[in-house]
Design a protein around this ligand. Structure first.
Ligand code: DGY
Length: 320
């Protein structure tokens, strides 16, 4: 029986299954464990089940000399120092596949919300600013028939593209090595589906936003750091693009005084791409499967290794 530290209570039955086999300690609070508590929690633990908000780095590995397995409750794993884990022989796993369709649903929700101003219109209706049916009120842009650029044509990007087919959209893709500028200039919607790495950080900055049409929208359901947020604020202020919908930001949550809060035509969601009951339960099951396998000295069903990092030039430049 191994000791496992879990950094948050999870939905579904996965953790109970883990508890039948191992001694599980779950961080009880709704907020992430402060660093000192995280380091205390992993000391002596052989397994760690962590979230994307936990930084799993060399300092943590040094504090966890018995650690053999880390299961991230996410498909993304930019919060984990994979090279250090590999150097120490610690297995790392993620939760691919099960959140693909749920994240694509949310992406499409953001596309519609941004283009049709749903959030602002709903607030107007609720807060008494809806006085009459207005011929020129709450005008947005059509989603049907528009051109969607998917940057990162992996599983999630492809699932978004399938939804776009139902809206009779023209879909363009951009992946590793593709020239972004001409595609950005053609798109009405630009949707990001890339993992965060040295290669993708700041991928969308001033030049990319300037290359977009003034009627186009930027959608980000991947990682906040893919976008230069100061450049995004300036682009929204100047009207270089029509709006943006972001489910992710840097940091998360945004501080109350973050300049993005005042931006025009920006919808910010609290990183809920995978947040459905069924999907979060399925993610917990995969994370537990990863831990059970590794602690039993079997290969994890969903391992991630340093050689699969996008910036290694061998790994995928998209979410699988
Ligand atoms: C992930 O899994 O990486 C998402 O960002 C959250 O589900």
């Amino acid at each position: 029986m191994a000791r496992i530290f879990v950094t948050r209570e999870l939905p579904g039955a996965g953790l109970a299954r883990l508890g039948e086999v191992h001694r599980v300690e779950i961080w009880p609070a709704p907020l992430p464990p402060p660093r000192a508590d995280l380091l205390r929690g992993v000391a002596g633990a052989e397994g760690l089940l962590c979230l994307l908000s936990d930084r799993i780095d060399a300092e943590l590995f040094a504090a966890a000399s018995n650690l053999r397995a880390v299961a991230n409750f996410a498909v993304g794993y930019d919060n984990i120092d994979l090279a250090e884990a590999e150097r120490r022989g610690i297995a790392v796993g993620n939760t691919p596949g099960v959140l693909t369709e749920t994240t694509a649903d949310l992406t499409f929700g953001l596309i519609l919300a941004a283009a049709r101003g749903l959030i602002g219109a709903a607030a107007d209706a609720r807060e008494g600013r809806w006085r009459t049916w207005e011929p020129a009120g709450w005008l947005g842009h059509d989603v049907h028939g528009a051109t969607l650029l998917v940057i990162g044509p992996g599983a999630i990007g492809s699932a978004v593209a399938r939804r776009a087919d139902g809206f009779a959209m023209r879909v363009l893709f951009a992946g590793r090595g593709d020239d972004l500028a001409p595609r950005l200039a053609e798109a009405d919607f630009v949707s990001l589906h890339l993992p965060l790495s040295d290669a993708t950080q700041g991928l969308i900055g001033e030049p990319e936003l300037e290359a977009m049409k003034p009627t186009a929208y930027l959608i980000n359901t991947a990682r906040g750091e893919l976008v230069d947020q100061s450049a995004l604020r300036r682009a929204l202020d100047r009207g270089s693009i029509a709006g943006a919908g972001i489910d992710v930001s840097s940091p998360e949550p945004l501080d109350a005084d973050n300049p993005l809060h005042g931006a025009r035509n920006l919808t910010v969601l609290p990183h809920i791409g995978s947040a459905s009951h069924a999907t979060r339960s399925a993610m917990a099951e995969l994370a537990v499967d990863n831990l059970l396998a590794a602690l039993d000295r079997r290969p994890m069903p969903h391992p991630v290794t340093e050689s699969r990092r996008p910036d290694s030039n061998r790994g995928p430049l998209h979410y699988e």
